[in-house]
Design a protein around this ligand. Structure first.
Ligand code: NAI
Ligand code: MG
Length: 353
């Protein structure tokens, strides 16, 4: 029996509700499967911790997390703590510190999921976003000069290294090849005349090693329009940190909402633990009411199982979520139901054999 060490960081707000349910599903799968078990360590880090201790995580936090095989995270952010502090001192610290340079976000219209677009079939929306997750527009480089004077100047740099661009683009080509899918690069080289010209150039260069992969390149503004007007154009998509962040929220909106959108932060070399999370935030407007949707977190548990070497369990989880959506029972209010967070997880668990 293999034991995997999982670090759990529920964080703030609904993060606590959805991670609790995600771990229940994980526990159930371990029992059903029998080949592995999970040893879960809980870390109380987040905004509440910050308000008590003056820090988002402990000083030795990264060393302690490094001892784990994977991390499950809920969401961070709470009124009273500036969002840039909660994001940079916990979430981005982990993503960057553990070189989780791939952010893998499925944008797939599951059977039974509500879709605001007209005349769209389930198979028309079946994308997987490979978002650059370590640099780009979120590199944290810049300066704030002459602060609080009338000469104030703020500069936020986009950082695009050859190493950083090549590895994410190569990962996307490999993914497209292994799944027999097309690959679309989304950039903005007409306006961003250094970073995105460079990105496009590397997309072409790396592509020489993948003549079998059919590719497309779109500008981000056109891509956002096509995601709504003609989503079946997209299969595997590779894009920068900022564009990927925004487009995957759009992706969530056309596939049933934030309660269904999952995301994996991967260090593909497995030198460091990878981190699995729903893409939504702490949802302070509904936190504590036990009506948050745990399905995105349950899906990301599936991504974790794929990463650990059991992709069949992600398939089973997605099929179980689809079953729940089609049956229409056990749905939380964001999906039009009246179920509580735990009921929705129970509905999935009942279908996981
Ligand atoms: P949000 O994702 O928390 O909420 C947006 C809307 O979606 C709200 O109406 C919320 O009720 C709904 N929603 C989100 N998750 C849901 C779920 N599981 N079930 C049902 N409904 C759900 O985004 P918002 O309001 O912009 O941010 C709130 C806080 O979360 C902020 O402090 C923000 O910085 C933080 N945040 C953290 C993220 C993370 O930890 N990865 C990501 C996005 C925001
Ligand atoms: Mg986001």
């Amino acid at each position: 029996m293999i034991t995997y060490k999982i670090a759990s960081i529920p964080g703030d707000g609904v993060g606590n509700e959805v991670v609790r349910e995600g771990l229940r599903v994980l526990d159930h799968i371990a029992k059903v499967d029998g080949r592995f078990q999970f040893e879960v360590t809980h870390f109380p880090w987040g905004c509440e911790y910050y308000l008590e201790q003056g820090k988002m995580m402990d000083e030795d936090g990264m060393e302690r997390l490094a001892e784990h095989d994977a991390i499950i995270l809920g969401a961070v952010g709470a009124p009273g703590v500036p969002d840039h502090i909660s994001l940079w001192d916990l979430l981005l610290r982990i993503r960057k510190g553990f070189d989780q340079y791939i952010n893998l976000r499925p944008v797939k219209l599951l059977k039974g999921a509500p879709c605001p677009l007209k005349d769209v079939k389930n198979e028309d929306i079946d994308m997987i976003f490979v978002r650059e997750n370590s640099e780009g527009e979120y590199a944290g480089s810049g300066s704030w000069l002459y602060k609080n004077t009338d000469r104030e100047v703020v500069i936020q740099d986009g950082v695009f290294s050859r190493h950083g661009c090549e590895r994410v683009i190569r990962y996307a080509y490999e993914l497209a090849r292994s799944q027999g899918k097309t690959l679309t690069s989304i950039s903005k080289a007409n306006a961003l005349n250094y970073s995105m010209v460079f990105w496009d150039q590397i997309f072409k260069e790396v592509g020489k090693d993948y003549p079998d992969v059919k590719t497309y390149s779109y500008l981000v503004d056109a891509a956002s329009m096509f995601m709504v007007k003609d989503p079946k154009r997209f299969q595997v998509v590779v894009t920068s940190n900022l564009f990927g962040d925004i487009l995957t929220d759009l992706g969530a909106a056309i596939t049933g909402g934030m309660g269904l959108a999952a995301g994996a932060n991967l260090n593909p070399e497995k030198k460091f633990p990878s981190m699995f999370e729903p893409i939504h935030g702490s949802a302070p407007d509904i936190a504590g009411k036990e009506i948050s949707n745990p399905l995105a977190t349950i899906w990301t548990v599936g991504q974790m199982l794929t990463h650990l070497g059991y992709p069949e369990w992600e398939d089973k989880i997605v099929a179980a979520i689809e079953d729940v959506l089609v049956a229409g029972d056990g749905l939380t209010p964001d999906l039009g139901g009246t179920a509580h967070t735990a009921d929705a997880a129970d509905a999935v668990i009942a279908r996981l054999k």
